[in-house]
Design a protein around this ligand. Structure first.
Ligand SMILES: NC(=O)c1ccc[n+]([C@@H]2O[C@H](COP(=O)([O-])OP(=O)(O)OC[C@H]3O[C@@H](n4cnc5c(N)ncnc54)[C@H](O)[C@@H]3O)[C@@H](O)[C@H]2O)c1
Length: 451
């Protein structure tokens, strides 16, 4: 198949590479010339494990190229996938990128001679593909659905594991406006033998929100439990989760072997979830529930718990320091990305933690193995913090360290290292990556979420 992908961010480029590896001819389109030029040189504009290796391979095999020429890409293709951003602004989904892209695609679609399918991969609320995108495509192409196909194909890849997820998805959901659209579009996945679920457009859209909200709910539930545990004598939530996880309904025993399903990593307490999906999607779903008159009370609680969870780190910090005042105290923040193995800091929990520290006049020195200075978003560049090149620089003379991201580099640190480097070895563990007992035994003042 010949496939145009509009938007070469995390989803667009990773999808493009995975389809090119399956021998389709892929043209990745972006209106950011810098991104296009980087991609054509074999350099991904963002970090994902192994992405440059695969990108170079598909460029060499000429199964993928990048361009700014949207019309040229669509005229050369049978399928166009929309993968532009759909951020949430003031708790509402912002459709401006997808509306503009749809109008541009519509204009080109008007010039296409053969049957062509447009598929929305961007995350959009139920009804958007049919009620917003379809009329724009029809208006600008001067064609009616039927003359072209329309699908909604939600994406479930996880940053940090994106290439692997795109090459080996657990399921493919294809929302279709009619059978012909779905049948034609499904050809792009013909090499993947995984369950393919064909639905209407709104169900496909809703499936993505339900999936993300489920995982976000598990995290906030685990954090609520940790708050109760923190004020309960002699309870460490980490031990509680160990016991809960061993329930056979959560981790079954098959052929005498304990299976550890991935869902268990969402039933753990920490300083909250961030990233480009969970926070924005759950807020958009909550506003949507309000608009259609549904209650959505649980979803609101999930958001509330997550919004306040980073502040628990400041409470733990003050308790550990025995200080009500953080003025002029050097605090090291370890981890800026919203999770390990990505350079994405969108809605990272590090941001509210840093803002609170700064509002209390602390001196913030942050470190992250991946957030190189050039990749850091304006949100961080504008903050009066020092970005340390090395862990040593971040911890030297610090009065406390707050661990926000569970990078391997941090997991490996010993209590001795903190003791040697810091003015005072106070460690606030937002991801529970350290062994509390050995840290305390060695003389670190250790506090973690849920203990
Ligand atoms: N990032 C994830 O892990 C993930 C996972 C599943 C679903 N999604 C969804 O996929 C969508 C894309 O997410 P992302 O993280 O890849 O976004 P992103 O912001 O990283 O990338 C979007 C890209 O689209 C480009 N773009 C915007 N308007 C354009 C236009 N008119 N023409 C050409 N290019 C245009 C931008 O320049 C940018 O490169 C969102 O709806 C998101 O919710 C993201």
């Amino acid at each position: 198949m010949k496939i145009a992908i509009v938007g070469t961010g995390y989803v667009g480029l990773v999808t493009g590479i995975s389809l090119a590896l399956q021998n389709h001819k892929v043209i990745c389109v972006d209106n950011d010339k810098n991104k296009v030029s980087k991609i054509n040189k074999g350099k991904s504009p963002f970090f994902e494990p192994d992405i440059d290796k695969y990108l170079k391979k598909v460029l060499k095999e000429r199964t993928l190229k990048a361009t700014n020429d949207l019309q040229g890409a669509i005229l050369e293709s049978n399928v166009t996938i929309i993968a532009v951003g759909t951020p949430t602004i003031n708790s509402k989904i912002d459709l401006s990128f997808i509306k503009t892209a749809s109008a541009q695609i519509g204009e080109s679609l008007g010039k296409v001679k053969n049957y062509h399918v447009i598929a929305v991969k961007s995350t959009v609320l139920p009804g958007i593909t049919e009620k917003v995108i379809k009329p724009i495509l029809e208006k600008y192409s001067k064609k009616k659905v039927g003359e072209f196909g329309l699908c909604m194909n939600p994406e479930f890849l996880r940053e940090g594991n994106a290439i692997e997820d795109a090459l080996n998805p657990d399921r493919i959901i294809i929302g279709q406006i009619d059978d012909k659209s779905g049948k034609e579009f499904a050809k792009i996945y013909s090499k993947l033998s995984v369950p393919k679920i064909f639905t209407n457009l709104a169900t496909a859209e809703f499936t993505k929100y339900a999936a993300n909200s489920l995982f976000a709910t598990l995290i906030s539930f685990s954090n609520e439990i940790s708050r109760i545990a923190e004020t309960t004598e002699n309870v460490d939530v980490l031990d509680v989760w160990k016991g809960v996880h061993l329930d056979k309904r959560l981790s079954p025993i098959i052929n005498s072997q304990r299976i550890k399903p991935g869902v268990l990593s969402y039933i753990l307490s920490g300083c909250g979830f961030g990233g480009s999906c969970f926070p924005k999607d759950i807020k958009a779903l909550s506003s949507f529930a309000d608009e259609i008159g549904s209650e959505g009370g649980l979803i609101k609680s999930v958001i509330d718990i997550n919004t306040t969870q980073p502040q628990r780190m400041i409470l733990l910090l003050k308790k550990a320091m025995g200080a009500a005042n953080l003025k002029n105290k050097k605090i090291a923040v370890l981890g800026l990305t919203f999770k390990p193995n990505t350079d994405d800091i969108r809605e990272s929990v590090a941001l509210p933690i840093i803002e609170t520290l700064l509002s209390q006049e602390a001196i913030v020195v942050a470190h992250d193995p991946m957030a190189y200075k050039e990749n850091i978003s304006p949100q961080l560049t504008n903050l009066p913090i020092t970005l340390a090149d090395t862990l040593k620089e971040a911890l030297e003379n610090a009065e406390a360290a707050i661990v926000v991201t569970a990078w391997d580099e941090y997991i490996k640190l010993s209590p001795e290292f903190f003791i040697k480097m810091m003015k005072k070895p106070i460690v606030i563990d937002g991801r529970r990556i350290y062994d509390k007992h050995s840290f305390l035994k060695k003389g670190v003042i250790y506090k973690g979420i849920g203990t």
